[in-house]
Design a protein around this ligand. Structure first.
Ligand code: ADP
Ligand code: MG
Length: 338
């Protein structure tokens, strides 16, 4: 009988040497079990160690310590057998810009040892799967970021892996193509029965597609489980966001929210970068106060009164059900959005 576990990561660690000879502990002893057929996400801010982890468990980077088994094969001791089972979609697009989509797929297919009709049949299947039949003979350099990303996914599928790693596949592409990439991830699971390891720093998409989620921060898994399990860990706290028109909020005011309003467990302020393009168009928004509270709606009137007394320029208020942003904030005291 096949094991239910597709990827088993044990005490995986990587320490890089920094420019000044100092140690950078990028990954600090990660343990993971990814089950066959699930979409498993690693969620964490930039620099958390997602790419380093993926690089080690795909055999591209030697771990300082620990190991990963793919379908029972150690990536460090049996790399050929392990790599046979997995496809990788790297964070950086790795395609030949002056070749067409089809020529790129042909090229990488040959590297995997595919030839003749086997190769052309496989490339046909992939071109259909990534929905690029119409544009298959156009050069990659004429493609949008999202189309390139789909070709990149296609390359990762050529040798029919059982498992695919995708490292931040939606970064730098427009919302419509982002949607298509997310649909592709779900079709890989549903139509091809594949196991997917997905990384992102965007909690909305992780929340939408994942069966299970590991939250990674500073090279460590700080929480793991289904969305429901993760939310339970924070005791069903609501997340309140106040968009404010001030460049800073005194710590004393944040502390006052926590001390004087029942159910409030944390209050943080962060500057809001309007130029980051994330759906935000309110130009006068300078920052966001995020407050975690049990029974958020009940806490709201008191919070607003305190804000008003302190003459905080509150532009809008939102109360949200518990979500991954709240889980991250609860665990780290920081917003995931940074
Ligand atoms: N080749 C390297 N040399 C030195 N430091 C590195 C190297 N690769 C990554 N790092 C550092 O390791 C940490 C984790 O990086 P990374 O795995 O790329 O994070 P993520 O993919 O989550 O953004 C960061 O602090 C990064 O600067
Ligand atoms: Mg990365």
């Amino acid at each position: 009988m096949q094991s239910q576990v597709m990827v088993e990561v044990r005490d995986l660690a990587k320490t890089f040497k920094g420019k000044n000879g100092d140690d950078i502990q990028a990954v600090k002893g990660v343990q993971l079990d990814i089950r066959r057929g699930e979409i498993y996400s690693l969620l964490g801010p930039n620099g958390a160690g997602k790419t380093t982890t993926i690089s080690m468990i795909s055999g591209l980077l030697a771990p300082t310590r620990g190991d990963a088994r793919i379908g029972g094969h150690s990536i460090t001791r049996e790399p050929l057998q392990a790599k046979q089972l997995l496809g990788v979609v790297p964070q950086e697009i790795a395609l030949y810009p002056t070749l067409s989509a089809r020529q790129n797929l042909d090229f990488f297919g040959k590297m995997y040892g595919l030839t003749g009709t086997e190769l052309s049949r496989r490339v046909d299947e992939i071109v259909d799967f990534i929905d690029l039949r119409e544009r298959q003979n156009d050069r990659i350099e004429t493609f949008s970021g999202g189309m390139k990303r789909r070709v990149n996914i296609g390359v990762g599928l050529l040798h029919k892996p059982q498992l695919i790693y995708m490292d931040e596949p939606t970064v730098g592409i427009d919302p419509q193509n982002r949607r298509r990439v997310l649909d592709t991830v779900q079709r890989l699971q549903q139509e091809m029965g594949m196991t997917v390891l997905y990384t992102s720093h965007l909690m909305e998409e992780v929340q939408e597609i994942s069966d299970r989620i590991a939250i990674i921060d500073h090279g460590e898994i700080i929480a793991e489980g289904t969305l429901g399990e993760l939310i339970q860990q924070i005791g069903e706290e609501d997340r309140l966001t106040f968009k404010v028109g001030t460049q800073s909020v005194p710590d004393a005011l944040l502390a006052q929210f926590k001390q004087e309003v029942e159910g409030v467990t944390s209050a943080v302020y962060e500057r809001h970068d309007v130029t980051n393009g994330e759906s935000e168009t309110l130009a006068q928004v300078d920052g966001i106060v995020t407050i975690m509270a049990k029974r958020g709606r009940k806490a709201l009137p008191d919070l607003l009164r305190i804000a008003d007394d302190a003459e905080l320029d509150v532009l809008s208020v939102e109360v949200r059900e518990p979500d991954l942003e709240g889980v991250f904030l609860h665990l780290t005291g920081r917003a995931l959005r940074d």
